[in-house]
Structure formats: C-alpha cells, structure tokens
Design a protein around this ligand. Structure first.
Ligand code: CP3
Length: 352
C-alpha cells in the first residue's frame, strides 16, 4: 500500500479551514464537524452495519472503516473527517479485549483488579503497533479523501480508558474506578502511565498513517472531584500534549468545568466544550491563544429548522472567532438527518 506522509497530505488539502483555526489563523467562517458523525445517524452506515457481524468487524476491516469515515463527508459536507474506530482499541491492544454488545455498549470479560493485572499489560509501542487495522484504515481514508478535508485521529484520555478497564462496562457512577483512586492510588498511577505510554505511541503512529489533527476524549472527566482530576487526569493529558508536536491537538474533557484553568495551561491547540459552558466565561478562564470547539446541545437538532439555524448563528456570534463548530457531545443516533444538515449548512453559509 502506498503511504501518504502527513507532510505530503497537507500540501494537497483543498479545505484546511479547521487546521487554520486550530493554528490561530484568520478564516472567513468557522469550520464545522460533529462528534460521532460517522455512525448511526446515516442510513448508509446503518445499511452497511446491518450486513456485518457487529461493530468490531467494521472497526477491524480497514476498507469498511474508511468507507464509513467518508460517508459524512459525502452526505453532510462537513469540514473534517474523523476516522471510524473506538477509544477501546487501546485497552484491547494492552491485553484486555472488549465486546460491543448490541443496544448495551462495551463489555470487558476481564478487568483490572489488582497489581498483577496491571503488571501483565503490554504498553507503549509494542501495544500500539498491534493496531495495524487502524493505521491501514487511516491510509485508505487519506488516499480516498484525496485532500477534500483534513482527517482527525483520536484516542481516549487515560482517565476515561482506566475507567473502562477497571469497571468493565459503562456505568452511571463509575464507582469502581473512583474507588481505586482512594484504595490504591499508586496502582492507579501505574495503570495511567501505561495507558499514557501506549496512547502517545498510538497517536504518533496515527500521524504517520496520515492523521492531520488529533482529539483526546476525556468522556468521564466530570465524575472526578477537582483535586483528583488534577492528580489523576491532567498530568497524563499533559504528557500526551507535550509529546505531540507534529499536528494540532484538541482536548475534549466532558463536564470538566471545574478544570478549565488547568486545561488552559496544556500545550494543546483547541479545547472542546460541552453544552453547559458559556464561551466567554471559558475564554476568560483559558486565555486568548487557544481555539475553542463546540458546543450546542445535541438535542437542539430535534428542533424545528428555524430554531436550529437561529441558535447555531447565535452560538457562532457568542464564540466570536477562533471557533470550531461542533455539538457539546456526540450526535444522538436517532437525530433527524434534516436537523443535522440544517446545522451544518447554517455554519457553512455564515460569514464573520
Ligand atoms: O464519528 C465518530 O465520532 C468516529 C467514531 C467514534 C466511535 N466511538 C464509534 C462508535 C468515536 C470518536 C468514538 C469514541 C468513543 N467511544 C468515546 C468517546 C466519545 C464519547 O462519546 O464520549 C467513548 C466513551 C466510546 C466508547 C463506546 N463506544 C461506547 C460507550 C459505545 C456504546 C454507546 C453507543 O454510542 O452505542 C460505543 C459504540 C460505538 N462507537 C458506536 C459507534 C458508531 C455505536 C456502535 C454501533 O454502530 O453499533
């Protein structure tokens, strides 16, 4: 397979709006994409998915992962593609396999309980380099996109990945994961370091395979007290941001309103905001240099089209500039496609 280096790819990008904003350059309108844009909102995704044994077959078959990554570019004309994969490939590469149970979500048959479990995990490059199907999916996508829009690579933040590895599945409280921080903080730090080493190696391989920009998802940031977020989450996200200098990086820590000042100190280009946050409050807390991404309530896309258009325009005005338009979290699977299109088209018609 022909490899496309990040440098080569960037010279042929026809639409680099999102990279410009991430780097602090002036643009005539904000770029727009949606978290979870590749997935169940699209009939063409559901059709393809219906023919397969399950979610993992899609994730692990590079040509199919590339196909669903490009579907929202064709259908919605958004300004970036995000590679179709999951944050849970990292625990799997480290030695904890996951299942994706239909209508329920992720399930890990084995979880992390004690020191011996952490010791036997593979980490760093030896773990990350096993994920060849992801890198191949990036290479195919990059080639098939042919420079239409930049390609975003992603990973879970170490705290969120730890939560799944300890809990074994989704949870309302993630109390098993939080309990570990009190009962065995040393073990938690060891595990977080192994996840971090693997994530850095993984993101570097994603860049080598063609990712033009990266996003780190800390989906469960909001369940920690501020002091624990400072101790168990921020230092590991910082290591990731410091290690990635090749392409712009976004940190999306959901419900981490209490940690905005610390997030603002990270060496990242963009901070993702959930829908609770007021852009001007955030701007004050994180300072003038970073781009902000977000942050409409995903449920707005169920509203009448006039309301979607009006609230989208108001949001853009509220952010002023240095803004990448998105929702405040992933788009919900049953969102009407017309609502999504109205949102995207409103942004694309906007001029500062
Ligand atoms: O379009 C995109 O955003 C790219 C693809 C993507 C998926 N998962 C595909 C997916 C991305 C970026 C993710 C990240 C992810 N995965 C996160 C962080 C973002 C967030 O939502 O906070 C988390 C926490 C996961 C773990 C995960 N994967 C859960 C909890 C679930 C089940 C819940 C659900 O949405 O169904 C998944 C499954 C999953 N990952 C699906 C998709 C499209 C649905 C599976 C299907 O098609 O059957």
């Amino acid at each position: 397979m022909q490899k496309v280096s990040a440098d080569q790819a960037q010279t042929v990008l026809q639409n680099d709006l999102i990279l410009k904003v991430a780097r602090g350059e002036e643009v005539e309108r904000p770029p727009v994409w949606l978290m979870r844009q590749a997935g169940r909102i699209l009939p063409q995704y559901r059709a393809l998915r219906g023919k397969l044994s399950g979610f993992k077959e899609l994730v692990e078959t590079p040509a199919l992962a590339a196909e669903v990554t490009i579907q929202p570019i064709d259908e919605l004309d958004v300004d970036a593609a995000i590679i179709f994969s999951d944050i849970l490939v990292i625990p799997e590469a480290m030695g904890l396999t996951y299942e994706m149970v239909e209508k329920k979500g992720p399930f890990f048959p084995e979880t992390i309980q004690q020191a011996a479990d952490v010791e036997k995990l593979v980490s760093g490059d030896s773990a990350a380099s096993q994920l060849h199907y992801v890198f191949e999916a990036l290479e195919i996508t990059k080639r098939e996109l042919a420079g239409r829009v930049p390609l975003i690579g992603f990973a879970g933040a170490p705290w969120t990945i730890l939560s799944y590895m300890v809990e074994g599945q989704g949870s309302k409280t993630f109390s098993k994961a939080r309990k570990l921080l009190y009962q065995n903080p040393k073990l938690a730090h060891q595990l977080l370091q192994k996840i971090t080493d693997t994530t850095i190696a993984y993101l570097k391989l994603k860049i080598a395979a063609g990712a033009d920009m990266l996003q780190v998802f800390d989906s469960w940031a909001g369940i920690l007290p501020k002091a624990q977020y400072s101790e168990f989450a921020i230092p590991y996200i910082r290591q990731i941001c410091d290690a990635i200098q090749e392409v712009p990086i976004t940190v999306f820590a959901k419900d981490a309103w209490f940690a905005l000042e610390e997030l603002g100190q990270l060496d990242c280009n963009t901070i993702g905001l959930d829908w609770h946050l007021d852009p001007q409050d955030v701007r004050q807390k994180i300072g003038p240099t970073k781009a902000l991404q977000g942050n409409l309530d995903p449920c707005l896309l169920y509203a009448p089209q006039e309301e979607i258009a009006e609230k989208t325009q108001n949001m853009i005005k509220g952010f002023k500039k240095q803004h990448i338009v998105n929702l405040g979290h992933g788009v919900y699977p049953d969102t009407p496609l017309d609502g999504v299109k109205c949102f995207v088209n409103t942004v694309k018609a906007y001029r500062y």
